[in-house]
Design a protein around this ligand. Structure first.
Ligand SMILES: NC(=O)c1ccc[n+]([C@@H]2O[C@H](COP(=O)([O-])OP(=O)(O)OC[C@H]3O[C@@H](n4cnc5c(N)ncnc54)[C@H](O)[C@@H]3O)[C@@H](O)[C@H]2O)c1
Length: 262
């Protein structure tokens, strides 16, 4: 199956390389020409264990290529993954302008049924926005489905997180799109990775709620660390004692500056 991944940053590059490794025929697109030129020469611009070898192997075997030409890559693809940035604006809201730009391009190059997959982290309701833009730009005539497929990888263990995720979330009401997504991820299905198949809005909210909850855990244990300092208690032991409660769980209650990301 031909797949286009728009954005060759952290998430796009890892997604494209791993999907190529699953046997998909992947074109990675980025608007930064120097990044694409480097990738075409097998140079990976970020350090991530295992990424360079998986990129080079799949390029050599002809399943992975990179380009700045978005239109042709969209036209030949059955599934278009959007993995562009969604940086915070000064007021804290997500800047969706890159997503909207890509959605316009997809609408303008919609030549056949396509699955439009949002990998970027977006607020709930973005899938509906993308649907509206694509529909307007395509003249409302073409057939497509928007799928929310949020990414949960952590920088530093991105390949491992992508290939062995805790779960894969697929949000769409379109059965044909569900079947295509399950085909794309079939190596993870045979590996017994849990799949959550739901509607677009629930999938979008799963990602935001997960990020919010992980941040809450960090904030909570940092508050406890402050209490420990005030009373001379040991936050490591407190966290361990808390984590042994199966309802709390052993992972993540470590005080520190944040929960990851760039
Ligand atoms: N980095 C992480 O750990 C992580 C984990 C999960 C989810 N996410 C989310 O995934 C999304 C992407 O994050 P990232 O870290 O990969 O960002 P990034 O900045 O590393 O990569 C984004 C890439 O998209 C490209 N781009 C932007 N607009 C484009 C366009 N119109 N056409 C082609 N390319 C375009 C940029 O040039 C850039 O290379 C964000 O929404 C982020 O929140 C990130």
């Amino acid at each position: 199956m031909k797949i286009c991944v728009v954005g060759s940053g952290y998430v796009g590059l890892v997604t494209g390389a791993c999907l190529a490794d699953f046997g998909m025929n992947v074109t990675g697109v980025d608007k930064i020409a120097s990044k694409v030129e480097g990738l075409q020469a097998g140079e990976v611009p970020i350090y991530e264990p295992g990424l360079r070898s998986i990129v080079r192997k799949n390029m050599a075997e002809g399943r992975l290529r990179f380009t700045t030409e978005l239109g042709p890559a969209i036209e030949e693809a059955r599934a278009v993954f959007i993995a562009v940035g969604t940086p915070p604006r000064p007021d804290g809201s997500a800047d969706l302008s890159f997503i909207e730009q890509v959605a316009r391009s997809i609408g303008q190059h919609l030549n056949d049924y396509k699955v439009i997959v949002t990998k970027s982290t977006v607020p709930t309701g973005t899938g509906q926005k993308i649907e509206k833009i694509v529909s307007e730009q395509s003249g409302g005539t073409q057939d497509f489905a928007v799928v929310s497929n949020p990414e949960f990888l952590r920088e530093g263990s991105a390949i491992d997180d992508f290939l062995r995720p805790d779960r894969v979330v697929i949000g769409t009401r379109d059965q044909r799109a569900i079947d295509i997504m399950l085909e794309i991820y079939s190596p993870l299905r045979v590996a017994d990775v849990p799949f959550v198949v739901t509607d677009v809005e629930s999938a979008e909210l799963i990602k935001y709620a997960s990020n919010g909850f992980l941040a809450t855990k960090i904030s909570f244990i940092n508050e406890i660390a402050a209490l420990c300092e005030a009373f001379g208690a040991d936050v490591g032991v407190v966290a361990q004692g808390m984590g042994l409660d199966s309802r709390v769980g052993p992972t993540f209650p470590h005080p520190g500056p944040g929960c990851g990301g760039s």
